[in-house]
Design a protein around this ligand. Structure first.
Ligand SMILES: CC(C)(COP(=O)(O)OP(=O)(O)OC[C@H]1O[C@@H](n2cnc3c(N)ncnc32)[C@H](O)[C@@H]1OP(=O)(O)O)[C@@H](O)C(=O)NCCC(=O)NCCS
Length: 207
């Protein structure tokens, strides 16, 4: 069953951002870093800036092309930098959207927390991507935790869509308190591929 008129594509299209939340409530304080050690930071999470867009697109592209390679058939149209860039520009510029980046000397990951009227909680965790050469080093977990912290100031629960066949990401979410929402799916343009919906409570701060 599909509860959303718009299909999520291999290229990563997203449902429209709702207008309902007041402006400016989604940002981390400018320049704030989390995940820093006591020494000079090796990796930090901060709000994205307009100048980050090309690097974010690079991370998104690399993560999707690697992470979804076994999910989509070789014949499926692949995302391109040009295709992804305008939507990322919109997200980074939108004060209702929290766009986070993980950065060491390079930009290594990203995540988005945004309003979305068509999911039960009206808050969506979206576009969690880490550069493939840094997978398994805790960057995704750090971005996830920062996103949860932001979302917790906006509601009691949050949703996300994940490809049904993306077992690695699903396992990560399930170990962090996310639960499948039965009956909610989002068809992809690619036949036979769907996203499933997960929800996580925010109040009890699952580890
Ligand atoms: C999903 C993703 C963001 C995780 O990023 P990451 O930096 O590797 O995450 P972490 O290092 O914090 O590891 C998260 C979990 O994945 C596990 N993991 C790491 N590498 C793994 C691998 N190769 N295979 C399976 N699990 C792995 C870690 O052990 C960790 O497990 P835990 O839940 O027990 O702590 C990253 O793999 C990615 O960008 N994937 C492609 C895009 C994607 O699927 N995004 C999610 C869309 S909903």
């Amino acid at each position: 069953m599909c509860h959303n008129a718009q299909c999520v594509e291999w290229q990563g299209s997203s449902p429209p951002v709702a207008e309902s939340l007041s402006r400016g409530l989604w940002s981390l304080g400018s320049g704030r870093l989390v995940g820093m050690g006591e020494k000079p930071p090796k990796l930090g999470i901060r709000p994205a800036l307009a100048g980050d867009v090309d690097a974010i697109v690079g991370v998104h592209l690399a993560a999707a092309l690697t992470g979804f390679a076994d999910i989509f058939p070789p014949s499926a149209p692949k995302p391109t930098h040009e295709w992804l860039r305008p939507r990322w520009q919109e997200l980074v510029a939108d004060p209702d959207v929290a766009t986070l980046v993980a950065e060491a000397t390079d930009l290594l990951g990203c995540a988005v927390v945004r309003p979305e009227a068509e999911v039960p909680t009206q808050i969506l965790l979206d576009r969690l991507y880490v550069r493939p050469d840094r997978w398994g080093k805790g960057i995704g977990s750090l971005l996830h935790e920062a996103a949860i912290e932001i979302a917790a100031s906006r509601g009691d629960a949050i949703n996300l869509w994940v490809l049904e066949a993306n077992t690695r990401a699903r396992g990560m979410y399930e170990r962090r308190g996310w639960r499948l929402v039965p009956g909610w799916t989002l068809p992809n343009r690619q036949p036979g591929i769907i996203d499933v919906l997960y929800q996580r409570a925010l109040a009890d701060r699952c580890p």
